[in-house]
Design a protein around this ligand. Structure first.
Ligand code: NDP
Length: 400
């Protein structure tokens, strides 16, 4: 039984902390949970929610996740056994280094992004592989939904359904409606940097770049219906190309509503998505950070959001010499997520897999020395945990 330290107290953390507390209440995996973030009052609010709903006490603390030494000191002081990073991608490297310094495993849900460049890749996290290996520690990268569950769906297909996988399309649909003309379902800065970036996909050994949201098609999402889906670059493409070498093509598509796209284009055109500093009335501001201050806090969307998400993978290849195509997906209902955890489905679909990743590491079911992506482990235990923890998956055979 392990002492879990969770860093960050936003929407994703709320779900992961509630679910970890439920796991602890069942006498599984965790003996203690500490929730630490920049704003302690947010940790205390989540702790009070957990006490009322789950009947479990969790500890809270204040921490600056950009300060490696302070995080390492906190880990040692409270004697944490593993760290779940649910702050922002900017903190990945400082938190990985804090885990190395204090000698505990590390888990996150999003790959490192430098605050000054809207670019994300695994290079700097993978570069820490030898340090984790030499320390006999494990770092698990991307234990959210996408990345995370999507990687696990691909691993499950590779390990159980195919002799060879040649094509993967990851399809992410959020058909939830929060009633605002414009809001983002997770951290606005991270979300808008990602969506306004150029698209990229992998085909026949090459990466092909596309203009932002220029390629799209309509896909019929089970239990949701037809939605326009836009090609984007997404971080799991990088690790899946590395770990499934037989792949000829992999792409990622996400749905957006008309209103979202219109507002985003307008904000981009007037410079509100800029990530560099501008002088405003003698004060330096970063426009996208100012925009974040104006937009609804994603953590407050839960109570207003209605509808479903459907995220899954269409996987093609061969089995026993014959072509095969399967669609593995999860459908999640915003209202159910809110009723259970006080957060909407985008936070829920990320926070539940974050807890599962931490649980499998805590129980030694997923174990290793070094830095790993989700698809490098046996998928079945994770798939079973999804079914048991509110994210059941379904699979359909598709015509080839
Ligand atoms: P939020 O912005 O709601 O929460 C982030 C939390 O981190 C806030 O509580 C914030 O503090 C805290 N934080 C930020 N900087 C620091 C710091 N320097 N020190 C301490 N705490 C800090 O984000 P979300 O909950 O929406 O997302 C959390 C993570 O999940 C992100 O990394 C995001 O990219 C990832 N994600 C992954 C997905 C996946 O499927 N893999 C999908 C969606 C999100 P404060 O409250 O004071 O601002």
């Amino acid at each position: 039984m392990k002492h879990l330290l969770i860093i960050g107290a936003g929407g994703v953390s709320r779900v992961a902390t509630v679910k970890s507390a439920m796991t602890m209440a069942k006498g599984e995996a965790f003996s203690k949970i500490t929730l630490a973030s920049r704003t302690k009052s947010k940790c205390d609010e989540i702790a009070a929610f957990i006490k009322e709903r789950v009947g479990v006490d969790i500890a809270t603390a204040v921490i600056d996740a950009d300060d490696t030494a302070a995080v390492a000191d906190l880990i040692k002081e409270i004697k944490a056994d593993l760290l779940l990073n649910l702050a922002l991608p900017y903190q990945d490297l400082t938190l990985m280094d804090a885990c190395l310094k204090a000698g505990i495993p590390y888990i996150d849900t999003a790959n490192y992004e430098h605050p000054d460049t809207a670019h994300f890749e695994y290079k700097e996290q993978w570069a820490r592989h030898d340090k984790f290996k030499d320390a006999g520690l494990m770092a698990l990268l991307g234990s959210g939904f996408d990345p995370g569950v999507t990687n696990v769906f691909c691993a499950y297909a590779k390990q159980n359904l195919f002799d060879e996988i040649t094509e993967i399309d990851i399809l992410d649909c959020n058909a939830g409606d929060h009633g605002y003309p414009f809001a983002t379902n997770f951290n606005p800065e991270i979300n808008l940097r990602e969506v306004s970036a150029k698209g990229r996909y992998y085909e026949n050994g090459k990466w092909i770049e596309t203009e932002p949201l220029s390629e799209h098609f309509s896909w019929d999402y089970p239990k949701v219906g037809e939605r326009e889906s836009y090609l984007m670059y997404h971080e799991e493409l990088e690790s899946l190309v590395k770990n499934i070498p037989s792949l000829k093509r992999i792409r990622f598509f996400m749905t957006f509503g008309e209103s979202y796209l219109r507002h985003m284009k307008c904000l981009e055109n007037v410079g509100m998505l800029r990530i560099d500093e501008v002088l405003h009335n003698g004060v330096k501001i970063v426009p996208i950070q100012f925009l974040k201050t104006l937009l609804p806090d994603p953590a407050t969307l839960g109570a207003r959001t209605k509808g479903r998400t459907n995220i899954g993978c269409v996987i093609s290849g061969t089995k026993d010499g014959k072509p095969r195509k399967v669609y593995i997906y999860n459908v999640c209902q915003h209202e159910d997520c809110y009723a259970e955890t006080g957060a909407q489905a985008v936070s829920y679909t990320t926070g539940v897999p974050a807890m599962i990743g931490a649980k499998l590491v805590a129980k030694g079911i997923w174990t290793g020395k070094g830095v790993f992506n989700m698809e490098e482990f046996e998928a079945k235990p994770f798939m079973d945990e999804l079914n048991a923890n509110g994210l059941p998956w379904e699979m359909i055979e598709m015509p080839c």
